[in-house]
Design a binder for this molecule. Sequence first.
Ligand SMILES: CC(=O)Nc1cc[nH]c(=O)n1
Length: 111
Amino acid sequence: MVTPVLTPTTMTFFERFETDILSGKKTITIRDETELHYVPNSVVTVSTLETGREFCQLAILAVEPISFSALSDFHAEQENMTLAELKQVIQDIYPGIDQLYVVSYKLVGQL
Ligand SMILES: CC(=O)Nc1cc[nH]c(=O)n1
């Protein structure tokens, strides 16, 4: 029996990231292993985690593994944060997790 792997068509963000996503200032999202199955060249509909309100569509460009210790100023710049801010955000969301995934995307359109 082959288990089909479905391409994710949705993604959620905390509401506090919406403005930076819609302005193009935030172009990556760093997720844990539960969200590594996004597929390059696919499009996802984005909603807020808090209320489920849909606010944009994103084209997935790449999904690349990274360890927490390898997070750099370049990642922080793509998140529109300082590196210290980014590390705190990731530690708050994924406490104690070292294996992470950088999901790169481009804004397709606001909903
Ligand atoms: C809902 C959620 O996990 N949101 C995240 C997590 C990590 N980065 C990010 O931009 N958004």
